[in-house]
Design a protein around this ligand. Sequence first.
Ligand code: AMP
Length: 215
Amino acid sequence: MAGMHLIILGPPGSGKGTQAARVSAELGLEHLSTGDVLREAVSSRTPLGVEAEMYMKQGALVPDEVILGLIREELDRLGETGWILDGFPRTLAQAESLTAQLEERGETIDKVLLIDVDSEEIVRRLTSRRISSSCNPIYNLATMSGEELDTCEKCGGKLVKRPDDEEETVRRRLEVYEEQTAPVIDFYRKRGGLAAVRGAGSIDEITAELLRHLA
Ligand code: AMP
């Protein structure tokens, strides 16, 4: 039987990357983050990365046709494996195109999860977010202390700020979210199968609530 197909939506900094990783591990799904694929492409200087970098630095969206090509390749690669999409779709055109791509495969979305967090909380969280320079985990200075503040506990690498986590860029990313991604929420709300949770509370509590919606 083909695996479950999920989408996780939420503003930048809502914790959707963290939650998508946990939900996918719990349910045996592939976690497909378009932001992670793009960052990887930027750091290895592939043609995709070179094209995407300037949009990402500005907090703007990478053009739909670029992202749609990337998603088509990734879905082909995953085949029958279930997945959770994190960071996609981010525009109405992407949502419509995903529906068409899935129809071609005789597949559907089982559930769309939405994490809701208000804007000022997001600015606070993102400007204190750090990532490891050489592996994957995400850290938040607001919840750390002392010596932990500048090295990754997993790989010992230096913790750095994502270039698009500067305050001005965060505010721009939030505007882009309101203008271009909020309509995607309405699109899935009207189709049914959207489950919203508040992004307040501990990481464990939010994971548990998301999993309850999938039970
Ligand atoms: P994220 O890690 O999901 O916050 O994504 C980081 C950046 O990658 C975004 O600010 C966009 O510039 C770009 N990006 C990621 N996913 C998409 C998408 N579905 N459509 C357009 N741009 C995207």
